[in-house]
Design a protein around this ligand. Sequence first.
Ligand code: CAA
Length: 258
Amino acid sequence: MSESFVKVEVRGRVGLLTLNRPQVLNALSNEVIDELSAAVRAFEADDGIGAMVLTGSQKAFAAGADISAMSDWTYMDVYKADYLGGNWDALRRIRKPIIAAVSGYALGGGCELAMLCDFIIAAENAKFGQPEIKLGVIPGYGGTQRLPRAVGKAKAMDLVLTARMMDAAEAERAGLVSRVVPVERLLDEALEAAGTIASMSLPAVMMAKECVNRAYEASLDEGLLFERRNFHALFSTEDQKEGMRAFVEKRKPEFKHR
Ligand code: CAA
């Protein structure tokens, strides 16, 4: 049996996914994405999982889509297959939170994959970039849309047009990553953050994720209404009763995730 491209582990209520294609710096072939998508969907369906961490190797989170696979494709090949749709697109429909733990290169589709996670924790050696322009193409998995939303137009244009890489410190200053940690702390930090999230009420976590994402897609008015309706909806959960009673009774809440 061939070795899996995605290592799948469970740590308490956290699902850990590790890209495992080291020979090519975790280049994202369709096979890798199919496996990743299946693993993420399995965690999504598993009531025992409250959050996920997606990581790569120390040298590379992922160095982009698989250039060797793509090099001979024609317009009709990619158009008919709707390349970067399908299982690639399915990843962004996941409702439980996913943290990207990025060490080393996150380039092209690798940077885009990290950006479609809910937030990025970076190791000090992380490097982010959208170097597709050097290959005669452009980012195709959200880079021209998510990067400007994360870092603003000036820096996004700079990265997309010059193909230069941004180190972890610059990425944190620009707002692309939420925290930068020493390389050896990366996985623990991400697992701790995911563990904290997974200990919260799952319905509240899922609605919070959905509402924050709405901020990108709707007018302020629509976003505020969406947030308020979800806030109202959470008063139908047992966890809201438990969370608020526990606060009043000065004890830790015991969430049932319903
Ligand atoms: N696809 C396929 N193979 C890749 C790859 C990729 N994206 N990135 C690296 N590799 C392979 C290399 O070909 C090399 O294989 P061999 O050992 O068989 O030669 C192996 O991984 C190691 O890479 P390097 O020897 O190049 O390692 P390095 O340390 O010298 O350089 C690097 C590292 C700067 C990341 C360099 O590998 C690189 O520039 N990679 C390509 C980055 C890139 O252009 N990404 C965008 C891809 S297009 C895309 O992602 C489209 C989209 O929007 C979805």
